[in-house]
Design a protein around this ligand. Structure first.
Ligand code: ZN
Ligand code: ZN
Length: 407
């Protein structure tokens, strides 16, 4: 394995670097793991224990069971570097009841060389260290959780080189099978949003170039199956449509395990952008989708599209919702004096650079949009907006509290 798929790895060097950076390992709360690695004696028991707890080369294995205990599936979490220093969890799911196992891939990485390299390595680890031979050639069906390139960019290679059927929610299908159209339209919509948000012209040009950089890497591919809420994939895995972070985002329920993709993550709160850019995005949809997943029964553990597993999904959902409610309160306070979305972004996040500027304006825009939708903000410069040609800058102001009705 080290001679082929793992030839870029340097286990001895990596081990020395880890030991030397013990302080950094402590900051990442991984000291226990480093100690386990240092105490490793090469025995089968030590290997099984380490592998079960931490996995190997980013591959972790766990199993999902149906409520009656009749059915189960093996799930492998594969850590893939999809963009420089950006890691995704891809899931290889094997249902082993049938005469021939059913192999499902949930997400497929970005398709960039690092992403394909890590997939190959992960499959080699599954084969040699976990005794489950696997490769892209085995995949029966690939469900793309949503049409963000770190999760779905690899569909081009998948469709062009394997027999795997590609499934995606119908609201994200136009991005996968009409990518060129999508890039043109979303660029126009972003331009309108940024103008109205009050982003200065020279910064808009820079943001546009940054947004388009890398978009040439992907090509449209045909989709084999359009998914809808409640659909069943494979031998009984259920699709839950959760618009918000992305219009066609789906969670996949594999018996007592929920793969949440970017809907719920263990540490960071998933990025939000306004539905004025794309219908079915926006905070209103996101809150509803959080409530929908919170109400699901029988989930023992959830695994996101990034980061670590979530053992208490409802508590994590409550934390994420509270985080946004608090941010909404901050936006109301900021808009006590009239503000553009760009002003709100700077007040929330400070002056940012690079791609962070786009993310900050998106995030501020999603919160301002929600507050406007629910009647807590009003457009302050309405006469100016009415008289202007093209796309004028909008300034928002917090409405004074409506007095409670007299008892
Ligand atoms: Zn995403
Ligand atoms: Zn993601």
């Amino acid at each position: 394995m080290l001679a082929n798929e793992g030839k870029h790895l340097d286990p001895d060097g990596a081990y020395l670097a880890l030991v030397a950076s013990r302080d950094d390992v402590a900051i990442a709360s991984e000291l226990e793991r480093l100690d386990a690695l240092q105490a490793f004696d090469g025995s089968d028991e030590a290997l099984a224990s380490y592998k079960g707890k931490y996995g190997i080369c980013g591959v972790r294995s766990f199993s999902a069971r149906s409520e009656d205990g009749e059915r189960h599936a093996e799930i492998y979490r594969l850590e893939i570097e999809t963009f420089p220093r950006h890691v995704n969890n891809v899931y290889a799911i094997c249902s082993v009841h049938e005469e021939r196992p059913f192999y499902l891939l949930f997400d497929v990485g970005s398709g960039l060389p690092s992403s394909q390299r890590d997939l190959d390595l992960a499959f080699a680890v599954m084969t040699t260290m976990f005794g489950r031979p696997f490769s892209l050639a085995e995949v029966d069906e690939c469900v793309v959780s949503h049409a963000h390139s770190d999760h779905c960019g690899g569909v081009t290679i998948l469709k062009e080189t394997t027999r795997a059927k590609l499934a995606v929610h119908e609201l994200d299908a136009r991005v996968i099978d009409g990518f060129e159209e999508r890039v043109v339209l979303v660029t126009k919509d972003l331009e309108v949003f940024w103008r109205r948000a009050g982003v200065p012209a020279e910064q808009r040009g820079f943001m546009r170039d940054m947004y388009l950089a890398g978009k040439q890497l992907f090509r449209s591919v045909p989709i084999d199956r359009l998914l809808r809420d409640g659909d069943v994939v494979g031998p009984g895995f259920v699709v839950h449509h959760v618009p918000g972070h992305c219009p066609g985002l789906v969670c996949l329920q594999v018996y007592d395990t929920l793969l949440t993709s970017d809907h719920v993550l263990s540490r960071i709160t998933p990025h939000q952008f306004p539905q004025s850019i794309t219908p079915f995005a926006g905070l209103e949809h996101y809150f509803r989708s959080l409530a929908k997943i919170r109400a699901l029964g029988g989930i023992r553990v959830a695994w996101g599209g990034h980061e670590e597993p979530i053992t208490d999904l409802r508590t994590r959902i409550d934390e994420i919702e509270a985080f946004h409610r608090e941010r909404l309160d901050r936006v109301l306070a900021i808009c006590a004096r009239p503000c553009t979305v760009h002003d709100v972004a700077i007040a929330l996040f400070g002056e940012r650079s690079g791609y962070d500027v786009i993310l900050a304006v998106d995030e501020a825009g999603a919160h301002v949009e929600y507050l406007h939708q629910v009647g807590k903000l009003r457009v302050h410069n309405l006469a100016e907006v009415e008289a202007a040609e093209g796309d004028p800058v909008f300034k928002y102001q917090t409405k004074s509290a409506v007095p409670a009705p007299a008892a």
